[in-house]
Design a protein around this ligand. Sequence first.
Ligand SMILES: [Zn+2]
Length: 295
Amino acid sequence: MEDYLVKAMAYDGFVRAYAMNATQTVDQAQRNHDTWNTSSAALGRTLVGALLLGSTVKGEDTITVRVEGDGPAGAIIVTSDGSGSVKGYIQNPHVSLPLNEQGKLDVSGAVGTRGMFSVTKDLGLKEPFSGQTPIVSGEIGADFTYYLAVSEQIPSSVGLSVLVDTDDSIKTAGGFMIQMMPGASEEVVNALEERLQHLPNISAMLDEGKAPEEILDFIFADETVAILDEMPVQFQCDCSKERFAAGLISLGAQEIQEMIEEDHGAEAVCSFCGNKYYFSEQDLVELKKEAAEES
Ligand SMILES: [Zn+2]
């Protein structure tokens, strides 16, 4: 089944709702970065959360989420755009901790419970918008929820979930985001809170074969859910050899000369997707010429 996200509304438009199956997306990230189970869940949840948040901006616009906690996983950096593409990495992909008290992957143990959660939105304006809040749980979903409430003043509920198989592949991954629009009544808020408290894990619902639309139907029970839009999502990086070449040129001719003499070539690895680009000695000689011309 292909990954996709649905945008919907309920309660006469007073509630916005988003739900997504991102299993292939997170599986791709797991293979690219060779993440171990706890790192997979931490990175996967951040990828899903960034896609949900990214689906609220226009196609070309991007959002970058940084989760910088004090746990062994180190920083998690994820960028997504309004058309459903996401890329990202975790500083330490090889974290595998014992399960927590609930028998779940110990994401907060990997991420840490102190640090900063920040979001930068590049909306094509002169200055990017950015906001940050302290990490409140390290489980990621609650950190997105807290960020939205405090930094963007949108009362929300964000649920993010990744199920890792015994062979480290991703069995299911997905999430939802429910947002209250101004004017939503207390009754609506209370009814939803009640439903969300008893909601099974999204990854378990996906594992039962439920589609994102069905997850929303389940959350909203008897309430009518109007689907507004549906969009495919995928792990996709925009790196290229040309982009890394431009980076090498900006280092200057002398630096490139040193690479030629010491290593007779250079290898660049994209931290977002793990792709490797190799520059031969001949490539470097060309880039050195360009660097010399530019300076
Ligand atoms: Zn890349």
